[in-house]
Design a protein around this ligand. Structure first.
Ligand code: ATP
Ligand code: MG
Length: 654
């Protein structure tokens, strides 16, 4: 593993800066002394955050740390579902909308208040109890983006039964592996989900998966798309039969702060999925504090929208647990970004007066590709904060987002974190930070992160290295389900005593963090270490480019040669001479911004880039293409035809 060469850095030449919006700064939940407070008394800071939750019994110790095992809020007891719903109803806010749910078919919408959510969660908890679910049992959830998914998760949490939500785009086989890995005996699903006007059948996938899981005794099925489904009597039950008729009264048991809340399998960009275990008190503290301080949530006035799938950790922390712990109103959208038109999102923001939007760079770049006319057709003036997560955001995408979605006035927060982290770790605070496009800026208050060299020593400002977290944090994973050795080896063996994230970063002259992607994605060209993110950002800065992925293909002369896959914006001419001229121009752009050494050996203009189901560019497969190899494992791809088309194009070009 190598770290990028600081001399060859386009990102360090990015000098634009943006002050926090004055209005936001004046009333922000996080005021500038928050960093100092957390620095002086880190555990005291986290205890203050934890006290914003409702505990049945307060903890004896904030933290017990025996490397690499942390226990937070030791001896405290609470119930996650009570914190997300009951207490808001008890506080007199039962009529507040918890979710404005927007179905994919137009006009299929529902508003669910906190009181309704509480009743539904209690009903589902009673129904699951009747199905034999007890505290500690794992329950698999394979569902569309519908309110019942949130209800199912919270019902499990209420019972102390850890859920494992499997993204509904995964195959029967992927579902089966996860059910078996965490030994779930109950599966909650739906007949199907809507995807661009057609039905994505879910129940058949569950039937197929469960046929090889002898320990699954019940399958609870929500009716959503209403096509006929096969039915196994004695195993399958309709949600509307057992949940709707159940009692809305349910006395919640209180659980230890370290009681397991859920297992989430990572998206699998790099290999076999890991079952990341999160527990209750620390996790809830972390997600609720980050919502309040990063997204500046004001439950009385904000409408928050995390446009991600609940099947990813972003959905768990920032659609479900974090916003609900804060008692805020959220939007939840079922469908594809272009279902009903390429302006669907902007229509939703206009209709519901969304104030905070949180999404991924991959989606932002897709919108860049489609063009500015779609957001321009809508009133987006309600927005005050825009968030980004999931991949490094290229400076040009950041600027595009702030300008075309944020009306040149919103704060933009680029939040770095991982499934393993539970919640955001490195981020600006919107009322405090002077932001830099493309930089995640600083560790969140109470988080100790650094960038270190190969020997594990902190790098100086202006240098690059590996991201490490040097102190335990409340939302950290408590292990990998059933694989303790992998837990220790993956995160705690590279450097002594600190968490190894597997990502590279650069600290600029001010000590601010610029994330550079996975360390496995660093290339070595004639002895120069160049990060894929840097070259991609240089390419995306070209006005014709929407998205780019680069890989270091083995090269007899230079060790590795850079091969770039570039997808261009709608309306740009790429035929014949125009395409050749564009390629020349792109190589010149990279040479200018980074150096001649970083000029791609080859540039392929491609309509799409291969992505995982969570929307991340899959460089591993592009490397196979660039090196003319058989494609590796394609099962985590969203659409495997994309990469085969690129492979054909590559063969035709050489
Ligand atoms: P796997 O670990 O199974 O390969 P994954 O790492 O893609 O899957 P996630 O936990 O969803 O699964 O993603 C975390 C990774 O996403 C980070 O390690 C980092 O590489 C990237 N990432 C997330 N947010 C940011 C960000 N704001 N800036 C840069 N990179 C980010
Ligand atoms: Mg990862």
């Amino acid at each position: 593993m190598t770290t990028p060469d600081p001399e060859l850095s386009a990102l360090l030449h990015e000098s634009r800066q943006f002050d926090p919006p004055a209005e936001l700064a004046a009333h922000a939940n996080a005021q500038p002394d928050v960093y100092q407070r957390a620095k002086e008394d880190r555990l005291g800071f986290w205890a203050d955050q934890a006290r914003r939750l409702t505990w049945d019994r307060e903890w004896d110790d904030v933290l017990q740390w025996e490397l690499p095992y942390a226990k937070w809020f030791v001896g405290g007891t609470l119930n996650a579902a009570v914190n997300c719903v009951d207490r808001h109803v008890d506080a007199g806010n039962g009529d507040r909308v918890a979710f404005h749910w927007v179905g994919e078919p137009e006009d299929d919408t529902r508003a669910i208040t906190y009181r309704q959510l509480k009743d539904d969660v209690c009903r589902a908890a009673n129904a699951l109890t009747d199905l034999g679910v007890r505290a500690g049992d794992r329950v698999a959830i394979y569902m569309p983006m519908i309110p019942e998914t949130v209800v199912a998760m919270l019902a499990c949490a209420r019972l102390g039964a850890p859920h494992t939500v499997v993204f509904a785009g995964y195959s029967a086989d992927a579902l089966k592996t996860r059910i078996i890995d965490c030994d779930a005996h109950v599966v909650i699903t739906a007949d199907g989900s809507w995807r661009k006007g057609s039905i994505n059948p879910l129940k058949p996938a569950v039937d197929e998966a469960v046929s090889e899981c002898p320990d699954v005794r019940s399958v609870l099925v929500v009716r959503r798309t209403e096509q006929d489904v096969d039915w196994t009597d004695g195993r399958d039950v309709w949600w509307h039969d057992v949940v709707d008729s159940a009692s809305p009264e349910h006395v919640a048991e209180m659980f230890d702060a370290e009681h397991p809340l859920y297992v989430m399998y990572t998206s699998g960009t790099t290999g076999k999925p890991k079952g990341v275990l999160h527990t209750t008190g620390g996790y809830l503290t972390h997600v609720s504090a980050t919502c309040r301080l990063i997204f500046d949530m004001k439950p009385e006035t904000d409408v928050f929208w995390t446009a991600a799938d609940i099947g990813w950790v972003t959905g768990h922390s920032y659609i479900v647990y974090g916003p609900l712990a804060n008692g805020v109103t959220s939007v939840m959208y079922e469908g594809a970004p272009d279902a009903g038109g390429k302006d669907r999102w902007w229509k939703i923001i206009e209709d519901y007066k969304v104030t905070i939007l949180y999404t991924a760079p991959t989606t932002i770049r897709t919108f860049m590709k489609w063009g500015e006319e779609y957001p321009r057709a809508h009133d987006l003036s309600s927005l005050r904060i825009l968030g980004s997560v999931g991949e490094p955001i290229n400076p040009e995408a950041w600027i595009w987002y702030r300008k075309n979605i944020g009306g040149n006035k919103t704060a933009v927060v680029d939040t770095w974190w991982q499934t393993e982290n539970g919640g955001v770790l490195i981020t600006p605070l919107p009322g405090i930070t002077r932001t830099k496009p493309g930089a995640a800026m600083q560790p969140f208050p109470g988080i100790s992160a650094d960038v270190v060299n190969n020997e594990g020593r902190a790098v100086a400002n202006g240098e690059a290295g590996f991201v490490v977290i040097t102190e335990p944090w409340p939302g950290m994973l408590r292990g990998i389900w059933g694989d303790d050795e992998r837990y220790k080896k993956t995160y705690w063996s590279k450097f002594e005593g600190v968490y190894f994230a597997g990502d590279g970063a650069k600290k600029d002259e001010d000590g601010d963090f610029w994330l550079l992607g996975r360390v496995d994605d660093v290339m070595n060209v004639s002895g120069h270490r160049i990060s894929t993110t840097e070259v991609e950002s240089a390419l995306v800065s070209h006005p014709s480019v929407a998205e780019a992925a680069v890989v270091g293909a083995s090269d007899a002369v230079t060790g590795q040669g850079i091969v770039a896959f570039v997808s261009i914006k709608a309306g740009v001419d790429e035929e014949g001479d125009a395409g050749a001229a564009l390629v020349d121009d792109l190589r010149a752009t990279v040479a200018r911004q980074i150096g001649k050494i970083a000029r791609p050996r080859q540039i392929l203009l491609t309509p799409e880039l291969p992505k995982t189901r969570s929307g991340k560019i899959m460089r591993r497969l592009l490397l196979d293409v660039a090196e003319h190899r058989e494609l590796g494992d394609v099962t985590t791809l969203a659409d495997s035809s994309v990469v085969s088309a690129i492979a054909d194009q590559m063969e035709a070009s050489t």
